[in-house]
Design a protein around this ligand. Structure first.
Ligand code: NAD
Length: 260
C-alpha cells in the first residue's frame, strides 16, 4: 500500500530501525536507510531492501548529532527518492550512570542524537510533506518518555522531550494531511539493550542473568522482550489512510510496563 511513497528511517542499520525499513520496503516504499556500522553489511541490507521493494533503497551516513548532515540527507532523499512522505526518527543511543558521575559529553550526545535530531529532521521534511498535503512522521520514543529509571538521566530527558516535540509538531501540521506520532516500546531485544547489560552489571553489581530478569524484564509484566517486528507493524498501521485521524499520540508497546 506504500507504492510510490518515499521514506527516511534514521538509525536503520540495526535493531528497530532495520525492522521499520524492511516493513516499509515490503509494502513497496522506496527507503533511505541511515546509521553506522560495517560498510559491507550495510550494503547487503540496502541491496536486500531494494530487492524486496522493487523501488529504490539508498543508504546515507548522516550523523544524527550533526544538523547540517541531517538537512543534507533530507535534501538528498527529496532529490533521489522524489520526496519524503514518511519520516521515521529512530536513531538513538544510551548511557547508564548516576547523574553525579554522568559524563558531560555523553549527556550532550544523547540529547543531540535522541532528541535534537528529530527537530532537525522535522524542520527539513515538513515543507516537503506540506507540499503534497500528505505525510507520516513517527518517532521511536520509549517507555522512558512516560516514566523514569535511575541512572538514565539523559535518555529519560531526551525521550520525554520527544513526546512533547511529537505533540507540538502534530498540532502544527494537523490541517496538512500530516500525522505525527510516537511509539514507546518497553525493552526490545536489540543491540542497544544487549550493549547496556555490561554497564548495568557494573553499576549495580549484578550478573548478566540478574540484569535480564531482575532489571530489564522486572518492569515488563509480560516477562517477554518486545520484538522489533512488532514495533514495525504498528508503524506500518500509522502509515495507512485508516490512521489519518491518529495524531499527537504516544503509543505504548511495553508489555504492560507503564500500566503498573
Ligand atoms: P540499535 O543500537 O540496535 O540501533 C540504533 C541505530 O541508531 C543504529 O542503526 C545506529 O547505527 C544508529 N545510530 C546511533 N548513533 C547514530 C548517529 N549519531 N547518527 C546516525 N545513526 C546513529 O538500537 P535500537 O534498540 O534499535 O534503538 C532504536 C531506537 O529505539 C532508539 O531511539 C532507542 O532509544 C529506541 N528504543 C529502544 C528500545 C529497546 O529496548 N531496544 C526501547 C525503547 C526505545
Amino acid at each position: 500500500f506504500l507504492k510510490g511513497k518515499s521514506a527516511i528511517v534514521t538509525g536503520s542499520t540495526s535493531g528497530i530501525g532495520l525492522a521499520y525499513a524492511k516493513a516499509l520496503a515490503a509494502e513497496g516504499a522506496s527507503v533511505m536507510i541511515n546509521g553506522f556500522g560495517d560498510a559491507a553489511a550495510i550494503e547487503t541490507e540496502r541491496a536486500a531492501l531494494e530487492a524486496t521493494t522493487g523501488a529504490k533503497a539508498l543508504y546515507d551516513a548522516a550523523d544524527m548529532s550533526k544538523p547540517d548532515q541531517i538537512a543534507a540527507m533530507v535534501a538528498r532523499a527529496a532529490q533521489e527518492l522524489g520526496g519524503v512522505d514518511i519520516l521515521i526518527s529512530n536513531a538513538g543511543i544510551q548511557h547508564v550512570a548516576p547523574i553525579d558521575e554522568f559524563p558531560i559529553e555523553k549527556w550532550d550526545a544523547i540529547l543531540a542524537i535522541n532528541l535534537s535530531s528529530t527537530f532537525h529532521l522535522m524542520r527539513a521534511a515538513i515543507p516537503l510533506m506540506k507540499a503534497r498535503n500528505w505525510g507520516r512522521i513517527i518517532t521511536t520514543a520509549s517507555a522512558h518518555s512516560l516514566v523514569a529509571s535511575p541512572n538514565k538521566a539523559a535518555y529519560v530527558a531526551a525521550k520525554h522531550g520527544i513526546a512533547g516535540l511529537t505533540k507540538t509538531a502534530a498540532l502544527e501540521v494537523a490541517t496538512h494531511g500530516i500525522t505525527v506520532n510516537c511509539i514507546s516500546p518497553g525493552y526490545v531485544w536489540t543491540p542497544l539493550v544487549e550493549n547496556q547489560i555490561p554497564d548495568t552489571m557494573k553499576t549495580r553489581g549484578l550478573t548478566r542473568e540478574q540484569v535480564i530478569n531482575d532489571v530489564l524484564l522486572d518492569a515488563q509484566p509480560t516477562k517477554q522482550f518486545v520484538q522489533p517486528e512488532q514495533v514495525a507493524a504498528l508503524a506500518l498501521f500509522l502509515c495507512r489512510d485508516d490512521a489519518a485521524a491518529i495524531t499527537g499520540a504516544n503509543y505504548s508497546m511495553d508489555g504492560g510496563w507503564t500500566a503498573a
